[in-house]
Design a protein around this ligand. Structure first.
Ligand code: TYD
Length: 239
């Protein structure tokens, strides 16, 4: 009866969608932004236009919600209320930036997406999986990532990295301030998501040196999106 597509459907055939949608997930300080920049650069070398964006945020309304969510103003709503706001921000981000970019053939590389809601508000915040899944369905309406890179590292190292990169006058955000048990649980939640959707998610060891992490990510992207083309071209050339 429902016109809403089932969760987890890869929307290769979604009307008007031509670009690839890649998301980066993981705990605090895992190096997502550095690795996103590096991937964007490698794609540019292949003449692929890739837009880097982030959640919460990525569009003007979503950035306004980001302030409320990360500043802690929305914390009194509780995890379900926060999940609703993260989803509202996601709808705006999808409508104004992600879907139009994918439709014109650009790639979109996004720093956090729906898996963060599953992990932070769902598994860690205690919002029932059924409700998280419903919200995700409503927000995404089928625009699921083609690939999700999960950068994995021990939380004590990630939090220390996040602390070091903060400006002296900047304070830890609402989620960085959670205790170590929260962050340990978060790491496990991302690993559980990866195990439940191995076709979409790849876990990369983020403890390795930056260069090695970048190589590992590139191998995954190449194998998934370019190798077929390269093989086709080789076959055509040898025919
Ligand atoms: P950000 O400053 O972008 O940090 P990070 O480098 O860790 O990505 O902060 C985003 C924070 O918001 C982060 O602590 C995770 C949290 N978050 C959620 O709790 N739910 C969500 O759906 C999203 C997208 C982010």
């Amino acid at each position: 009866m429902s016109a809403v597509p089932p969760l987890g459907t890869a929307h290769r055939h979604e009307k008007g969608r031509a670009g690839r949608f890649v998301t980066f997930e993981g705990g605090e300080g895992a190096g997502k932004s550095t690795q996103m920049r590096r991937l964007q650069q490698r794609l540019a070398e292949r003449d692929v236009e890739a837009i880097a964006t982030r959640e919460p945020g990525g569009s003007p309304h979503a950035e306004a919600l980001r302030e409320a969510l990360l500043g802690g103003k929305a914390a009194s709503l509780g995890p379900l209320g926060e999940a609703v706001l993260f989803s509202a921000a996601r709808i705006d981000h999808l409508d104004r930036l992600i879907k139009p970019a994918l439709a014109r053939g650009a790639w979109v590389i996004c720093d956090r997406f729906a898996d963060s809601t599953r992990a932070y508000q769902g598994a860690r915040g205690g919002v029932e999986p059924r409700l998280i899944a419903l919200l995700e369905r409503v927000a995404l309406l089928g625009t699921t990532p083609d690939l999700t890179i999960i950068l994995d590292l021990p939380p004590e190292i990630g939090l220390e990295r996040a602390r070091q990169r903060r400006a002296p006058d900047e304070t830890a955000d609402r989620f960085e301030r959670e205790d170590m048990a929260f962050h340990e649980g978060l790491r496990q939640s991302f690993l559980d998501i990866a195990a439940s959707e191995p076709g979409r998610c790849c876990v990369v060891d983020a403890l390795a040196p930056e260069e090695e992490v970048a190589q590992a990510i590139w191998h995954i992207v190449e194998a998934r999106f370019f190798r077929g083309n390269a093989e086709q071209k080789t076959e055509q050339a040898s025919a």
